[in-house]
Design a protein around this ligand. Structure first.
Ligand SMILES: NC(=O)c1ccc[n+]([C@@H]2O[C@H](COP(=O)([O-])OP(=O)(O)OC[C@H]3O[C@@H](n4cnc5c(N)ncnc54)[C@H](O)[C@@H]3O)[C@@H](O)[C@H]2O)c1
Length: 506
C-alpha cells in the first residue's frame, strides 16, 4: 500500500461524506470522520453499519469484511485530531467562504505534505485554495451520489495544484474501485459541463412547440437510448437544483450561447413546479409515481392510394435503409429526377426543416414529409411535415411507418429533428471541451458514460452516428437560424475535413 495516502480525514458526515467514507474504509484505509454538528459523525457510523450489514445479507461482502471496514473508521470529536492525516477530503456545505476558511484552518493542523481535497460540485478549486499558504496541495476530488455506486471521480487540478497530487489521487481512486478522470478547474468540470446540452436543447425544442414533453422524452429514449428523458430527469433532480446550475454555468462562461438556459424553467421555479419533490414539474406525480401524459395524435394512419414515393436522402446508409424498407412494404420508388404530383416526397434530411428541405430540393412542400434517420429507426421514427403538407400525405406516411411495438411520432417543423438537435449539441459541446483540453477525450467519454449513464461517451457517439451527419446538422441549423449556439466546434470541423475519428487527439 502506498504509505502516503493511508490516513484519510473526511469532514462532513452528510450524504457525500458517508459515501466517501464507505469506499475508503472498504479499501482498508484508516478514515477519521469529523462533522461540526454534534453526533452527526456517530450517526454516520450507525448508517454505515446498516449499509454494510445489508451487503453481508446480500452476500456481497463477508462479516469479516464488515468488521474490518468498521474497525477502519474513527469518529473524531475535535478537528485537531486530523493532524495525522495524509489526505483530508471536505464534504461540507457548498459555500465558498466556509470552504475557504476550513482549508485555512486545516493548514494550521495538518503536516505540510498532507493533501487537502474538496468534494465541491460547483465552486472553483483555485478559489477554494486562494487563502491557503500552500495552494499547490489543494485539489478537487468530486464524487457523485451515491458514491459507492457511481464509479467515477473527477480529480480537479486548480491553477496551483501540484500534478503529482493528481497522480496520487487518481491512483487512490482506482484502489477504491473508482475511475478517476482528470480535469481542469473550469465551471462544471467534466460531467456537469458535458451534461448541459441534453436539458437545455430539450427545453429549447419544447419552447419552440416542436413536440410535447412526452414526445420529446420518448423520442430521445427510443431513438438515441438515453435512460431517462430530459424532462423526466429535470423532474427527478428538481428545478430548484437544476435551474441554478444551468444559470451558473451559463454565466460563468460569460453568456456562452451553447449553455443558454430557458425561461420555461425560470417560470416553473417561481411557480414552485419543481418536479417530483413538489408533486408536479413537467409531469404530475401521485405518491412519487409519474402520471403519464398521453400523446394525442393529430393525424391517423391511412394508406389512401399511395403507390409511389419520391425519395431524397443525404447519406448512402439512409438511402439503403429506406429503399429496402419501402420495397418491403410494396411501395415503388420513383427514380425520376422530379417527383410526380401524386408522389409522397420523403426526405431524410439533416439540420433543416421541411420548408427549407423542399426549397433546397425545388419540390412542392405540399407533398413533403421529412424523416429523421439519425437514431434507431427500428425503435422510433420521427416524421416532420411542412406547414403546407396535405393531410393525406401525412396520413400515408404514417401508414407506411407505423409499426407495432415501436413509435412513429409526427412533430412540428424544426431545424433538425428532436434527436438530431440534442445529439448534435451533446457531441459538439464535448468536442469543444476537448478543444479546450478541459480533459483528454478518453476521460470525457468515460466520465459521461459513468456519471450521466449515456450509452456512449459524447465524443465516441459522434463517430458511432457519423461525424459528417453531426456536422451537417450543426452547419444547417447555424446557417438558417444564425444562432451561435449551434456553431460547429473547430475540433469537429477539422476531424471531418481530415476524415479522422473524433477521438483523435495529440
Ligand atoms: N449531494 C450530492 O448529490 C452531491 C454530489 C456531489 C458533490 N456534492 C458536494 O458535496 C458537499 C457535501 O454535500 P452533501 O450533499 O453531502 O451535504 P449534506 O448537507 O448532506 O452534508 C453536509 C455535512 O457537513 C456538515 N458541515 C457543514 N459545515 C461544516 C463545517 N464547517 N465543518 C464541519 N462539518 C460541516 C453538516 O453538519 C453536514 O453533516 C458539497 O460541497 C456538495 O456540493 C454533493
Amino acid at each position: 500500500m502506498d504509505r502516503l495516502i493511508n490516513n484519510i480525514g473526511v469532514i462532513g458526515a452528510g450524504i457525500m461524506g458517508i459515501g466517501i467514507v464507505q469506499i475508503a474504509i472498504q479499501s482498508n484505509r484508516q478514515v477519521y470522520l469529523y462533522d461540526a454538528q454534534q453526533d452527526a459523525a456517530k450517526k454516520a457510523y450507525d448508517k454505515l453499519n446498516t449499509t454494510l450489514s445489508r451487503l453481508v445479507e446480500k452476500n456481497k461482502i463477508s462479516q469479516t469484511d464488515l468488521e474490518q471496514s468498521l474497525a477502519n473508521l474513527h469518529i473524531v470529536e475535535n478537528i485537531q485530531e486530523l493532524h495525522i492525516c495524509d489526505l483530508v477530503i471536505e464534504a461540507i456545505i457548498e459555500k465558498l467562504d466556509i470552504k475557504q476558511s476550513l482549508m485555512k484552518q486545516l493548514e494550521a493542523i495538518v503536516r505540510p505534505e498532507c493533501i487537502l481535497a474538496s468534494n465541491t460540485s460547483s465552486l472553483s478549486i483555485t478559489e477554494i485554495a486562494a487563502q491557503c499558504q500552500q495552494p499547490d496541495r489543494v485539489v478537487g476530488y468530486h464524487f457523485f451520489n451515491p458514491v459507492p455506486l457511481m464509479k467515477v471521480v473527477e480529480v480537479i487540478q486548480g491553477l496551483h495544484t501540484n500534478t503529482k497530487i493528481i497522480d496520487q489521487l487518481s491512483e487512490l481512486a482506482r484502489k477504491m474501485g473508482h475511475r478517476p478522470v482528470r480535469t481542469k478547474d473550469t465551471p462544471g468540470f467534466i460531467i456537469n459541463h458535458a451534461g448541459r446540452a441534453y436539458g437545455t436543447e430539450a427545453l429549447k425544442i419544447l419552447s419552440e412547440n416542436v413536440a410535447s414533453v412526452t414526445e420529446i422524452d420518448l423520442i430521445l429514449k427510443k431513438s438515441l437510448g438515453f435512460k431517462m428523458g430530459p424532462f423526466e430527469l429535470l423532474d427527478l433532480t428538481g428545478l430548484d437544483v437544476s435551474h441554478p446550475v444551468m444559470l451558473s454555468i451559463y454565466n460563468q462562461y460569460y453568456q456562452e450561447p451553447r449553455y443558454r438556459p430557458n425561461v420555461l424553467t425560470q417560470q416553473m421555479l417561481i411557480g414552485k413546479k419543481l418536479g417530483r419533490k413538489t408533486g408536479e414539474g413537467f409531469y404530475k406525480y401521485i405518491d412519487q409515481a409519474k402520471q403519464e401524459i398521453a400523446i394525442i395524435p393529430k393525424y391517423s394512419a391511412h394508406r389512401h392510394d399511395l403507390k409511389t414515393v419520391w425519395l431524397s436522402t443525404e447519406f448512402d446508409d439512409d438511402h439503403k435503409k429506406l429503399s429496402t424498407y419501402l420495397t418491403q412494404k410494396g411501395i415503388q420508388i420513383n427514380l425520376n429526377a422530379q417527383p410526380n404530383n401524386e408522389d409522397l416526397i420523403l426526405i431524410a434530411n439533416y439540420g433543416d426543416d421541411a420548408t427549407h428541405s423542399a426549397q433546397r430540393l425545388g419540390v412542392n412542400p405540399e407533398q413533403v414529409v421529412c424523416i429523421d434517420m439519425l437514431g434507431n429507426f427500428e425503435q422510433c421514427r420521427t416524421l416532420m411535415p411542412s406547414l403546407l403538407t396535405q393531410p393525406k400525405m401525412i396520413e400515408a406516411a404514417l401508414d407506411l411507418f407505423n409499426q407495432p411495438n415501436s413509435e412513429t411520432i409526427v412533430i412540428e417543423e424544426s431545424l433538425g429533428f428532436v434527436s438530431q438537435r440534442v445529439l448534435a449539441m451533446v457531441v459538439n459541446l464535448a468536442c469543444d471541451m476537448a478543444q479546450q483540453k478541459i480533459a483528454i477525450v478518453e476521460d470525457i467519454n468515460a466520465a459521461v458514460k459513468l456519471g450521466l449513464g449515456y450509452p456512449f461517451g459524447p465524443i465516441e457517439w459522434g463517430d458511432v452516428i457519423g461525424k459528417e451527419k453531426i456536422l451537417k446538422v450543426l452547419e444547417r441549423i447555424s446557417s438558417i437560424s444564425h444562432d451561435p449556439r449551434y456553431r460547429p466546434s473547430p475540433w469537429l470541423q477539422r476531424r471531418c475535413k481530415l476524415n479522422l475519428s473524433l477521438n483523435y487527439q495529440r
